[in-house]
Design a protein around this ligand. Structure first.
Ligand SMILES: [Zn+2]
Ligand SMILES: [Zn+2]
Length: 341
């Protein structure tokens, strides 16, 4: 029997269409391999092909823009938004115009061309998270930016254009609506109950247990009640925290263990599906003259997390028309299968 579900965080309906329920085998994709360039710009020795590095974690003694790095961050060669220029905002008739200012960076996660994120050691994954934090802290100093979005596209169907393992950072002069749509219910929940909405959801999920994929002393991984996609998972710190950049070294290590465990589960159950890994964290808190106490409770009311979306279903006319997703797998079933891997 199908169900139509709604959750307090995304505040959107989703159709869980049980009649279409599929087994993991039905989801195993035969993905078109990404077309490989003759010479990969992310390999050792090709540092000159990419824009100059903005940040790198290097072995002692190695020079910038030469081999010897472990993680390297460069500007995107084809940026969606550019760092140079003046920030202009104006109304154009009924429309709003804003200059395309922002930052678009690429985190090259390993010098090894064939190494995928699930092949990396826990220490190597930790370096990637550390690079994310360092870039976020640096970009947050730029007054023009309001949000820093970090994401990773793994596999061609998930949007990756290069096979070499990398993630992307985009700083934007506006808070993305997906983030605002989460911030508003969190703020409202807190103003009524003086509790974090995510913490309340976590408590309930741990109590129920049937949507939990992994539970450690530090992190919880679960398939949300109102999952839009089959095998969708969220990773949340068990201790309340609104800002990913404040996670300390031990926390980064624990997060790396958790991510590696979850990726290994996906690899074994679904044979390395195309995947989006998306960080949701606090916007950059700046005083805004029009909203003087906009961020007043943000530290208590928002909870950073990572969303993992295996790209197994397609977005088509129904989703476009209604804004609702059809998920062919019950999240409880996804969680059970992932737990049992
Ligand atoms: Zn490469
Ligand atoms: Zn919380």
């Amino acid at each position: 029997m199908s169900e139509i579900r709604w959750g307090p965080i995304k505040q959107k309906w989703v159709i869980i269409a049980a009649e279409r329920s599929l087994r993991p085998d039905d989801f195993i994709t035969r993905e078109e391999p990404i077309r490989e360039p003759k010479s990969c710009p992310f390999d050792y020795g090709n540092e000159g092909i990419t824009p100059p590095e903005i940040f790198a974690i290097r072995t002692d003694g190695s020079r910038a823009n030469s081999p010897g790095w472990k993680v390297r961050v460069v500007s995107n060669k084809f940026p969606a938004l550019r760092i140079e220029g003046e920030m202009k905002r104006e109304g154009v008739g009924l429309y709003d115009y804003m200059s395309g200012i922002g930052a678009h960076e690429v985190v090259i996660e390993t010098p090894e061309h064939k190494k995928r994120i699930h092949d990396m050691t826990v220490d190597e994954i930790k370096l990637v998270f550390y690079a994310w934090q360092e870039r976020m802290k640096d970009l947050a100093k730029d007054n023009r930016f309001k949000y820093i979005q970090i994401f990773k596209n793994h596999g061609a169907q998930a949007g990756a254009s290069l096979a070499h393992s990398h993630s992307q950072i985009i700083a934007t002069p506006i808070i993305p609506s997906t983030v605002t749509n989460e911030l508003i219910p969190c703020k409202e929940h807190f103003s009524k109950k003086e509790r974090c909405l995510f913490c309340d959801v976590l408590k309930d999920e741990i109590l129920r247990g049937d949507r939990i994929v992994l539970l450690t002393d530090f992190f919880v991984v679960f398939c949300p009640y109102d999952s839009f996609f089959p095998f969708e998972m969220w990773i949340l710190p068990r201790e309340h925290n609104h800002d990913f950049t404040t996670l300390n070294s031990d926390g980064l290590y624990q997060l790396s263990i958790t991510l590696k465990d979850v990726l290994t589960k996906l690899l074994n159950l679904l044979n390395d599906p195309p995947l989006n890994i998306v960080l949701h964290t606090s916007p950059i808190q700046r005083l805004s003259p029009s909203h003087p106490d906009y961020w007043r409770t943000l530290v208590q009311d928002y909870h950073w997390h990572i969303e993992l979306i295996p790209r197994l279903t397609r977005i088509a006319g129904f989703e476009w028309g209604t804004g609702y997703y059809i998920n062919p797998t019950f999240p409880e079933e996804s969680a059970r299968l992932l737990r049992d891997v």
